[in-house]
Design a protein around this ligand. Sequence first.
Ligand SMILES: [Zn+2]
Length: 271
Amino acid sequence: MFRGNLPALRRGACIALLIAGSTACLAQGNQAQKSNPTPKPPPALTSNYVKTGLYFISGGGGNTVMRLSASGIILVDGNLSENFDELLHRIKKIVDQPIRVVINTSHYREHTSTNAQFLAEKINVIAQENVKGNLTAYNAAGHTIALPSVTYDREQALHFGPVEVRMLHFGNAHTSGDTVVYFADLRAVALGDLYSANPEPDLKAGGSLAGWSSFLGEVLKLDFDVAIPGNGPSVTRADVEACKARIDSLLAHKSMQRQPEKSSTQLAQAK
Ligand SMILES: [Zn+2]
């Protein structure tokens, strides 16, 4: 996941490069030109098969989940805008069908920055309604990302023939606008940033560690055996249970830290 401070770091890196570049130009007159590092090619995207009708494209910022249906493709998260053409190319190599809808699992740029490009192709972008506010705040911090064209509150199902795509929001977790996408017939979920090796809620965007735990508790009530996170390889139900356990132990640790004063008072009262 990309955090709010990353763009600032990137700008910092650009400035540093510019300064280094001008130093190199000044130095050229005095000494032999040092070999310029060749610019890195953009990271290639990789297609990953999950189950019949379910793939995800990884790399270049995050995962884009791809659910096939007889009437077109459903995408979950759209990667970075600079990877748009490569993403379409990867999708077309799997199946040459129209994209019907794009779902944003949260507001961060690796999930949303192709929104404008999809919207320009008359493809609807759907997200939980709090993504609009989070994205507006995120944009105010220097991004220019298009808002979703459709939003929902708690639950929204889309039907493409027999294929059902269910968007679920169980309250504030990593942010206030997280969506889990459930493909019931495939027993699969797209988790976005709700699966994390190092769970850290984005408090500025309405995140809550306790909410995150109960959100995953609700997800674990669904019948699934594979989950696709916002980044990295697909994981199992046991991995999602372990993620929830990590969050619960962080919560327990936090409440232990808060407890002593209260407990000693309670102990004193009990005497
Ligand atoms: Zn992310």
